[in-house]
Design a binder for this molecule. Structure first.
Ligand code: AVJ
Length: 339
């Protein structure tokens, strides 16, 4: 199967749709496996259908959800420093490559700083939600006539081969505390994968949410307007729609405690009664006891030491850290060391 390439915006935008021949199969298999374990889980990657992406954008504007604003604050203060620290040869703009770009809203700050510094800035954005990505990229190119860009609709692994042969140096971005969704081994795996794609002059910026008063963290995942609850339950609606399921979202309660031993938020859906849910496409019936909880997401909060340890395990080095004045959030610049 060939990746599909389309051009748009007078050739300034290339859009690559990486085929996911096993997309449906792995969706089915992962859901079936997660629901058949003694402790049921649903993987958070499946939150982001169009509705899920829209709800997440709404979350980023909630008063309680400090992560986006804090990261934006850091970018407002230090985008210029970050680009200077990238250390690409003078006069050569790095290609800016973002994993999980979403709306690319915060990236605009970094792109503006790059555009004011260099001519010929190229931005490559990778996102699993193809339609959402395309719309965001079009808006971006309409707003920045000097920018050229590539949108890659793929999962992170699927995007790596498409990235080969691009320009150097590169500044990879993995922002927004997205890394917090990974278990430790997955985080090390992701960072190692990026490291394998890095040359000597390349760098990776990672946004991480820092350990702080649990009350502040919990409020961010239990907002009073109920948007996070809707985001969580949208996963059940998606499963209903795509797997002919009959989850009743009303029969589950959103629960998102901070678990100190694991230093993370664990987002769950708790069954409000004994019930049996059918997924006809999977030929599966799943029983829930009243009070039984199903985990839908983890969101890890790091100390700088804990983060440096993971980075080290992936063979990368922390070169610099920027935080907001409250030290609620951090952006770390990682280098490949000796390549
Ligand atoms: C997009 C993964 C960074 O973990 O904070 C927001 C997703 N989940 N509210 C996060 C999310 C619930 C978010 N990330």
């Amino acid at each position: 199967l060939e990746s599909e390439l389309k051009e748009d915006r007078e050739g300034r935008l290339r859009f690559v749709q990486v085929p996911q021949p096993k997309g449906r199969d792995s969706f089915c298999a992962t859901i079936a496996r997660g629901l058949s374990q003694p402790e049921k889980t649903l993987p958070s990657v499946y939150f982001y259908d169009s509705e899920g992406s829209r709800l997440f954008e709404q979350i980023t504007r909630l008063p309680e959800y400090y992560l986006t604003r804090k990261e934006q604050e850091i970018l407002d203060l230090y985008s210029g420093d970050m680009l200077a620290a990238q250390g690409g040869e003078a006069g050569v703009a790095p290609e800016i490559v973002e994993f999980g770009s979403g709306s690319s809203k915060k990236t605009r700050t970094l792109l503006e700083a790059a555009l004011s510094r260099w001519r010929g800035v190229h931005y490559t954005a990778i996102d699993i939600s193809g339609d959402f990505l395309k719309a965001s990229m079009r808006r971006l190119l309409d707003d920045y006539p000097e920018l050229t860009a590539t949108g890659i609709a793929a999962d992170y692994e699927g995007a790596m081969p498409v990235l080969e042969g691009g320009r150097r140096p590169r500044l990879f971005l993995f922002m927004g505390s997205n890394i917090g969704n990974f278990e430790e081994d997955e985080a090390v795996g992701f960072l190692s994968m990026v490291r394998r794609g890095m040359a000597k002059g390349d760098r990776l910026l990672v946004g991480i949410d820092l350990v702080k008063d649990p009350a502040i963290i919990e409020a961010a995942y239990n907002d009073s307007a109920g948007v996070t609850e809707a985001f969580n339950k949208n996963l059940l609606r998606r499963i209903n729609a795509e797997l002919e399921g009959n989850f009743d979202p009303e029969a589950f309660q959103h629960h998102a405690p901070f678990v100190p031993e694991a230093s993370r938020i664990e987002m769950r859906l708790v069954s409000l009664r004994d019930q049996v849910v059918k997924l006809r496409d999977l030929d599966l019936e799943i029983g829930f006891r009243q009070g039984e909880s199903m985990r839908t997401e983890i969101s890890t909060k790091y100390t700088l030491d804990a983060f440096a340890e993971i980075v080290g395990k992936a063979g990368l080095q922390v070169e610099q850290i920027w935080t907001d004045p409250d030290q609620w959030f951090a952006i770390a610049m990682l280098g490949p060391g000796a390549v």
